[in-house]
Design a protein around this ligand. Structure first.
Ligand code: FES
Length: 86
C-alpha cells in the first residue's frame, strides 16, 4: 500500500492510508505527543478506542483531536500540545 506523508512538529511522518494518527505516530516510534496540564507528564495512546482522551493532539490547527480515532490524511499537519485533560 503506498505511503502518504504527514508532518509532526515540522518533521516528515510517513503513514499508510487507513491508519489513525495514533497508529502512524506509534509506528514511527513516537510514544508521547502531549503533556498534562497540571504536572507536565507525557501522554500518548492509552485506551486506543476514543474513550480516555489521553491521546489529544493538534491536527491541521484543530486542537484536542483524539489521535486514536482520527484518520490520517496526506499532507496533514500534526503538532504536540499541552493537555487539557488530566
Ligand atoms: S487513546 Fe484513549 S481516547 Fe485515544
Amino acid at each position: 500500500m503506498p505511503e502518504i506523508e504527514l508532518t509532526f512538529d515540522g518533521a516528515p511522518l510517513p503513514a499508510r492510508p487507513g491508519q489513525t494518527v495514533g497508529a502512524a505516530l506509534t509506528a514511527a516510534g513516537v510514544a508521547s505527543w502531549r503533556t498534562t496540564a497540571k504536572k507536565g507528564r507525557p501522554r500518548g495512546l492509552f485506551c486506543g478506542i476514543g474513550v480516555c482522551f489521553d491521546c489529544l493532539i493538534t491536527a491541521d490547527g484543530v486542537p484536542n483531536q483524539r489521535a486514536c480515532i482520527t484518520p490520517v490524511r496526506d499532507g496533514m499537519v500534526l503538532e504536540t500540545g499541552s493537555g487539557e485533560s488530566a
